[in-house]
Ligand binder design. Structure first.
Ligand code: RB5
Length: 143
């Protein structure tokens, strides 16, 4: 499974840790930056990950900024992207089961590393439930 990672300066350090975490588990990584703690604008990285997901270059994306808010808003501008900002493991599970989210958004200044790893693992291993959720998700795409 191939995962695109993107972060601004606020999310850079957590991105690097998640990259190591995923690499150890055998995931293929597409790192779309940023590559340092120097200040950058988060929309660029939300768009880059969103396009990689939308174009099916990767299976899922993970975007990280200080709060996770700005970069999730940016990723969600790309058609076909369903980016979910999650702050706990229940949200990470339910957004896969109910929303078929294809991008996980995290706030590096909001959550700790261990929780982030747990949410990433749950997000990447939980299946969409389909059923009654399918028409709702399809409705999003028609907006
Ligand atoms: C950068 O200072 C910060 O605004 C950004 O990382 C993010 O939190 C925006 O939503």
């Amino acid at each position: 499974m191939k995962i695109a990672l993107g972060a601004d300066h606020g999310g850079f350090e957590l991105k690097e840790k998640i990259k190591v975490h995923l690499f150890k588990k055998g995931y293929e990584i597409l790192d779309l930056g940023t590559n340092s703690t120097s200040s950058v604008d988060y929309p660029r990285f939300g768009h880059a990950v969103g396009y990689a997901v939308s174009n099916k270059n990767v299976d899922y994306g993970i975007v990280i900024c200080g709060t996770g808010i700005g970069i999730s808003i940016a990723a969600n501008k790309i058609p076909g992207v369903r980016a979910a900002l999650c702050t706990n493991t229940t949200m990470a599970r339910l957004t896969r089961e109910h929303n078929d989210a294809n991008v996980l958004a995290l706030g590096a200044r909001i959550i700790g590393d261990v929780l982030a790893f747990e949410m990433v693992d749950i997000f990447l291993t939980t299946n969409f439930e389909g059923g009654r959720h399918s028409s709702r998700v399809n409705s999003i795409e028609t907006i």
